[in-house]
Design a protein around this ligand. Structure first.
Ligand code: ZN
Ligand code: ZN
Ligand code: FE
Length: 763
């Protein structure tokens, strides 16, 4: 007889790990116990050594579907003569136990949900150890029912029996519930009056009749309406103040999505995965008219998601039509979580509220993945992924908090080899969002039992995240580290690819503060997480109006045309601007007043979009660029890239964009369609990237190119850049776990911090 103490670390709580261990112990007739602790799962087993070995072997080989074992440590213990195996209560402590991600309803629960003879038939909160809410309901660790928002719901005898039965799928399933003991749905009007009838059937009838319904989901409130009804979608847009930004659509299953979108095999896997992100799928042009065009006007894709909670399954089935499902907020505000707050904020938007009495403890917006050949690209890593650590071995020597950027805010906590990224927290423009950010940081620190010893931030002093980091550091006497925006992008893509060798970072985005005080956004940084050199960039062009240029793309067209030696007023989009305003802009650019130099790829996209025919302000970030990509996707022929030039200047290579702008202008004057101009532009930018990487490699630079920045969400640009670089013999690194946009910045900041801490120790 021998006894062994086994510590298992990784994602081992809330995933049915203890019942699994219990079953294994029974298989090999071992005595002992298992319990959760703050670091993971602790097991003690005793029996004959060969059986102990078999037990350990099976433990590693056969974990439950949602578990992820990172480390198993075993030590000898003294034999106690235990013959039975028990699951014992959790012991609180310190350390970073892993809280799981919210997981879509599993097949077994779905069968019960649809079985009229099952006691949970149509129960909107059905779940088990393989599925259900996690991060959004957890209030503390260890993960036990009393530390979830299910604490106020005492289990009925039937649920308790399943909870305590090691053979049940619901053994220690913390959010377990049924119609007798679980949360209840209710439907109310905007004034809070409760309506009669089955809340789900009432909501479904209202949706079919064209109403806007607020639906309390997993990580926040959503707004829903009939996606096939143009008037309903227009009403939702008007009330939410969301002009043109595409809305996501909930469909019953993949077949329903295939009626209007192209679903690749890989896209199907993402749609059906336990994380259930929104997947951006190319519109099927032959299927125009299935969904209201207002859902995603002039866009290349439909954003589609499958039901991920029993409530969504029931709703999708009862309505029987695709439903718009968009964050419950006014545009740019954080998603509503609290019931009272939701009612107040959504009263003017929703006709009805489908809600329930299980609280949401952590907000988590839907994740977004974009389907593309060669592997989908993350656009937003949030609900269903957070707080699972990102696969990146950083080797942090201290606990670090990286606060990320300002738009698409995500922060990251890092310790050792693990990086926990928060859900998507939206844009930090308004005060409410900034307060929510601070609250969420503290909650995550408590959840993981981490106290940062270093705060990492962007160099931009006006980012709300930077202000948070600096203020907190001053208050708590903590050191800080500022990381240049594009260096963080580079470090992010290197980290998730597990690469430490230097690369040429191709970093294309809207804007980030550069080391020289100008706006960067079309950068080629050569280096690694420890240091990087700006080896090339797009040609800097003045941005009249600074930040206003991102909202008013004609300003970029104006500046780029002027820069290219053309008369901006000759273009119809700019001729509409009053002459007096135009001359003010020319003076501002000449004198450099509120017209910072910007090497931004995003603003170049804006300029060409306007030249090709995009009109109006950008009603959401990057709208002109999305429009241009959608037009390029419609091009009927392959097209020739516009010419560009690669020049030396200021100690770096500079991509001269003037021939590109001139080419686009000449095509527009010649009456060529926007699709052709858009296509030629994408090819030109891809060719310029490849030529620059080649030139740098020719001068002794790296043979690896690392692609990051929001522009790499662009399917055509990314595909063309990768194809050219690979044909030129480059090893190409791209994002697959975190977004190339600013949602991936925090991971890069952690990686830079890890390098910084190692260097500091070496000194
Ligand atoms: Zn389940
Ligand atoms: Zn019950
Ligand atoms: Fe960026």
């Amino acid at each position: 007889m021998q006894r062994r103490a086994i510590a298992v670390r990784g994602l081992v709580q809330g995933v049915g790990f203890r019942p699994f261990v219990h079953a294994l112990a029974a298989r090999y007739a071992l005595g002992g116990f298992v319990r959760n602790d703050a670091a993971g799962v602790h097991i003690e087993v005793e029996g004959p050594p060969p059986d102990l070995d078999s037990f350990l072997d099976a433990l590693r080989r056969e974990p439950p579907p949602l578990a992820r074992i990172e480390e198993v440590q075993t030590a000898a213990a003294s034999v106690r003569g235990e013959a039975t195996f028990r699951i014992v209560p959790s012991r609180a402590g310190s350390g970073a136990a892993e809280v799981g991600a919210d997981t879509a309803t599993c097949a077994a629960c779905l069968r019960e949900l649809r079985d009229p003879h099952d006691r949970r038939y149509r129960h909107p909160f059905i779940n088990c150890t393989d599925c259900g809410p996690r991060l959004t309901v957890v209030t503390g660790v260890p993960y036990d029912r009393e530390r979830t928002t299910m604490a106020p719901f005492p289990m009925c005898a039937a649920c308790r029996a399943e909870y305590e039965d090691p053979r049940s799928r619901r053994f220690h399933a913390q959010p377990i519930a049924c119609a007798d003991c679980g949360p209840r749905l209710r439907i109310t009007d905007a004034a809070g009056r409760v309506a009669d009838g089955d809340p789900l059937r009432e909501a479904a009838a209202a949706l079919r009749a064209g109403a806007v319904v607020a639906v309390k989901g997993l990580g926040g409130y959503h707004l829903a309406c009939d996606a096939t009804n143009p008037a309903a979608v227009a009403t939702l847009r008007r009330r939410k103040h969301r002009d043109r930004k595409p809305l996501a659509v909930l469909v019953r299953d993949v077949e329903a999505a295939a009626a209007f979108a192209t679903v690749s095999e890989e896209a199907r896997r993402w749609l059906e995965s336990g994380a259930r992100p929104i997947v951006l799928l190319p519109k099927r042009r032959a299927a125009a008219g299935v969904l209201a065009e207002e859902v995603a006007p002039e866009a290349a894709d439909w954003g589609v998601l499958l039901p991920y909670t029993p409530l969504h399954h029931l709703l999708a089935t009862d309505v029987g039509r695709p439903l718009v499902l968009t964050s419950g907020n006014r545009t740019d505000e954080p998603i509503a979580v609290d019931d009272g707050e939701a009612r107040a904020r959504l009263a003017g938007i929703a006709d009805l509220f489908l809600a329930h009495d299980r609280a949401i403890h952590v907000r988590a917006e839907d994740s977004v993945w974009r389907a593309r050949d060669g592997g989908a690209v993350p656009v937003r890593r949030s609900r269903g992924f957070a707080p699972r650590p990102v696969g990146a071995r950083l080797g942090l020597e201290q606990t670090v908090l990286a606060v990320g950027g300002h738009l698409k805010a995500v922060f990251a906590l890092g310790e050792g080899d693990r990086a926990w990224l928060s859900p998507h927290l939206g844009d930090l423009d308004d005060a409410g969002a900034a307060d929510g950010f601070a609250r969420d940081v503290l909650h995550h620190e408590r959840l993981f039992g981490l106290r940062p010893a270093l705060l990492v931030h962007d160099l931009h002093p006006d980012y709300a995240s930077t202000r948070y980091a600096l203020a907190r550091a001053a208050r708590e006497g903590l050191p800080t580290l500022g990381v240049q925006h594009h260096h963080a992008h580079l470090a992010s893509v290197l980290a998730e690819n597990g690469t430490e060798a230097p690369a040429t970072g191709v970093l294309l985005d809207g804007a980030g503060l550069g080391l020289d005080g100008t706006v960067w956004g079309g950068e080629f940084l050569v280096g690694d997480a420890s240091r990087a050199v700006r080896a090339a960039s797009l040609r800097p062009v003045a941005l009249p109006g600074g930040d206003a240029a991102a909202r008013e793309p004609w300003r970029s067209a104006f500046a780029h045309l002027l820069d290219a030696g053309e008369d901006p007023a000759g273009h119809p989009a700019i001729a509409a601007v009053p002459a007096s305003h135009r001359s003010v802009l020319v003076t501002a650019i000449e004198r450099g007043v509120n017209a910072p130099l910007a090497s931004s790829a995003g603003r170049l996209f804006d300029a060409v979009a306007v030249i090709a025919g995009f009109r109006g302000p950008a009603t959401y970030e990057g709208e002109a660029a999305c429009w241009l990509e959608a037009r390029a996707a419609e091009a009927s022929d392959a097209g020739e890239p516009y010419p560009f030039a690669l020049a030396a200047g200021d100690g770096r290579h500079v991509v001269d964009t003037r021939p590109i702008v001139q080419g686009a202008l000449s095509d527009a004057r010649g009456g060529r369609p926007a699709a052709a101009i858009a296509r030629r532009f994408h090819l030109a930018l891809a060719a310029a990237v490849a030529a620059t990487c080649r030139a740098l490699r020719g001068g002794g630079g790296p043979g690896t190119a690392a692609l990051s920045g929001g522009c790499f969400v662009n399917r055509i640009l990314a595909t063309e850049v990768e194809a050219r670089l690979e044909a030129d013999g480059f090893r190409v690194l791209r994002h697959r776990q975190v977004p190339p946009n600013d949602g991936g910045l925090a991971l890069g900041q952690l990686a830079v911090a890890a390098a910084h801490l190692r260097a500091a120790k070496g000194r």
